[in-house]
Design a protein around this ligand. Sequence first.
Ligand code: ADP
Ligand code: MG
Length: 260
Amino acid sequence: MKVIAIANQKGGVGKTTTAINVGTALAATASRVLLIDLDPQGNASTGLGVSRADRATSSYDLLVGDASLSEAAIATQVPRLDIVPATVDLSGAEIELIEFDARTHRLDRAVQRSDARWDVVLIDCPPSLGLLTINAMVAAHALLVPLQCEFFALEGLSQLLSTVERIRSRFNPGLSILGVVLTMFDRRNRLTDQVSDDVRAVLGKVVFDTVIPRNVRLSEAPSHGLPALIYDYRCVGSQAYMALARELILRLPNVAKAAA
Ligand code: ADP
Ligand code: MG
């Protein structure tokens, strides 16, 4: 079971869109996928059509309670794609967790308690580097980092990477960067091209060849409770996510958790 956290402390860079559509693409290749919604806003849960009534057990129960992944996971409409939904309770979890000794390892323990019936676990992180994201980084083998092609992109990234360094040295030495994916790419915008060149010059091969274009179908799909890949699999956004999933699958064998 490979655990991948989708993280970037900036909001609105495409974390949730990437989690939903990469999850769907991987499930389409016969992998059994679990998406853990770790954002109190619950956008991944809503975007996959999980109603409030179906969120009786949630990611809050993984962190603050003692629920296992199997107890908290429910099926989505997408075959082989399960989800641990998020509820607003989660917004209080950062504070409640302070009481716990192993507050950075709550999610990791929930993952360890699991019977590993999934091939890939994707964690959709909130837009911060607080305890929720730290729990995801401690539990994960690798990070997938969506990066929006805008002027301050690299600046935010250095903050993320120094957090990754701290997590490596203190808790999770094997944590790797599976890749950085450029999102909301707009060919008509010259700044986008320039940012993309800069990011590739600085980060090199860790950046996926595939870029995710700005595509209105990707933003429409969640209001229908469907992944774009099902809402409109032909749109350029869906095609890009399939290409990304293909690249990601090739990198997965390199991902393994080193003994702490
Ligand atoms: P995050 O999870 O990082 O906050 P989201 O995935 O929720 O980001 O994306 C933020 C908003 O932008 C959402 O409304 C989403 O539908 C939209 N969006 C995400 N990726 C794209 C894209 N490639 N093209 C157009 N809209 C996008
Ligand atoms: Mg999100």
